[in-house]
Write a protein that binds this ligand. Structure first.
Ligand code: TGC
Ligand code: FAD
Length: 380
């Protein structure tokens, strides 16, 4: 892959990889085992802010403005450690900060973005609701006018960074269609309840957000977001990061399986010497490199403004599906050792169960491609 990357892209990737290996990997299995606490999640985001990856793909207001492939490679290296780490970064940079960057007023941008880039202020993105997941157009959260103010009521569900956020980007139904609001989380009527007992994505905080008569001033509204296209526009950005990120988890599982297969002896020889193991490794290698090549290709399209949402769906569907398959295959190579947290393979596979579900399930992206191919909408 290195031949397809510029010197700057490789240097930035190596920096993030080193940070992941030295600062995060030594702690990650323990975090997964007992679930990352709110305080630890905030600390990790502060460290990632110092590293410079939060909103690194945005320009101005304290953000570096790196090209898409550089951002994608950062996602890949972080997800090689754990999908939860990449998730925190995606939600902060590609969802919450992107919503403000794309749709916010100049005042909103200068108020929030510089401190979000450093990790001093944490954001979350509330689109999903208990009864409204794949079909966000059916959301029930409302925002109604009360004089110059807005009053928000409703519940958001499965919100990454929800319990640690200082500001929540909340999408709500108004008389004027779906609109976005910046909700400081210390506003009266706002509560975040963390979701426990997750068997996946344990290295990130996931919460329910309850909005009970939350009163906001008129300048809490994101002025330039109108309709469902507002949140979906942000999802394109986060999904792009996942196209790269998923391949990080896959690479880590592949490397782990290859090393293990060379070291583990059965029937008097390394299991890497058996043809069945070699077929697994070769198939994993093909899918891994196809996925990375696809990600870089989509990144090059994005650099020149030619990346369409259906192409992002193509990448998200293919790479999350392949990554999950690679991690499951890696687990089989490790035998019983593969089910423990001593190795990363099952932790990655468990995390990827969330990654194939959030940001549009595999079924949703399949239907987006079906629609692009046939012109027929099979969602309803
Ligand atoms: P539909 O009628 O097709 O479209 C409504 C309006 O939205 C526009 N639009 C898009 N705009 C930008 N990017 C896209 N990808 C867009 N897709 C559609 C469309 O042009 C239209 O605009 P307008 O101006 O005509 O009103 O909408 P639909 O109700 O039929 O739904 C389409 C569908 C199913 C594809 C969409 O709703 C969808 O993507 N559903 C999946 C929901 C989802 O992905 N939720 C993710 C929540 S956030 C999250 O999971 C974070 S995980 C943490 C992490 O990232 O790590
Ligand atoms: P449903 O929509 O109920 O789908 C259930 C099943 O039905 C799926 O297999 C789905 O593909 C299938 N299905 C639905 N409609 C169709 C159809 N038309 N045709 C065929 N099959 C269909 N959301 C946020 O807003 N912000 C976040 O930060 C966030 N973080 C998350 C973090 C984690 C760890 C997880 C697990 C989820 C997160 N989500 C977040 C929510 C996520 O986006 C939703 O889970 C996802 O959009 C799917 O919604 P659902 O779970 O309600 O499933």
């Amino acid at each position: 892959m290195d031949a397809s990357l510029s010197d700057e892209e490789r240097a930035s990737r190596d920096l993030v990889r080193r940070f992941g290996e030295e600062r995060l990997r030594p702690r990650v299995a323990e975090w997964f085992e007992r679930e990352l606490s709110r305080a630890e999640a905030r600390d990790v985001l502060r460290e990632l802010g110092v590293l410079g990856v939060l909103g690194m793909q945005l320009s101005g207001h304290g953000c570096a403005g790196v090209p898409p492939v550089t951002y994608g490679l950062a996602c890949l290296e972080l997800e090689a450690v754990d999908s939860g780490i990449r998730s925190m970064v995606s939600v902060q940079g590609s969802l919450a900060m992107t919503a403000i960057d794309l749709y916010g007023s100049e005042e909103q941008k200068s108020h929030w973005l510089p401190r979000m880039a450093t990790g001093e202020v944490i954001g979350c993105f509330g689109l999903t609701e208990p009864d409204s997941g794949s079909d966000p157009g059916s959301m029930r959260t409302t925002a109604r006018k009360s004089g110059a103010d807005w009053i928000l009521d409703g519940t958001k569900m499965w919100i990454t960074n929800g319990g640690i956020a200082d500001v929540a980007v909340v999408w709500a139904r108004t008389d004027d269609g779906v609109r976005g609001f910046l909700v400081p989380t210390d506003t009266e009527g706002f509560t975040a309840n963390d979701i426990g007992r997750k068997a996946s994505m344990r290295v990130s905080v996931t919460s329910e957000l309850v909005l009970d008569g939350v009163r906001l001033p008129s300048d809490a509204l994101l002025p330039a977001a109108r309709g469902l296209g507002g949140p979906l526009g942000c999802l394109n950005e986060a999904r792009f990061g996942i196209v790269f990120g998923a391949m990080g988890a896959a690479r880590d599982a592949f490397t782990c399986a290859l090393d293990y297969a060379k070291a583990r002896t059965q029937f008097g020889r390394p299991i890497a010497g058996f043809q069945l193991t070699q077929k697994k490794l070769a198939d994993m290698l093909l899918e891994l490199h196809n996925g990375v090549l696809l990600a870089v290709h989509l990144g090059r399209l994005k650099e020149t403004g030619r990346l369409r949402p259906a192409q992002v769906s193509f990448g998200k569907l293919n790479n999350t599906r392949s990554a999950l398959e690679i991690c499951r295959t890696a687990r089989t190579i490790l035998g019983a050792s593969g089910v423990t947290l001593e190795y990363s393979v099952l932790r990655h596979a468990n995390n990827l169960e969330s990654v194939v579900t959030y940001e549009g399930t595999s079924e949703v992206h399949t239907l987006v491609l079906g629609q692009a191919l046939t012109g027929l909408d099979a969602f309803r």
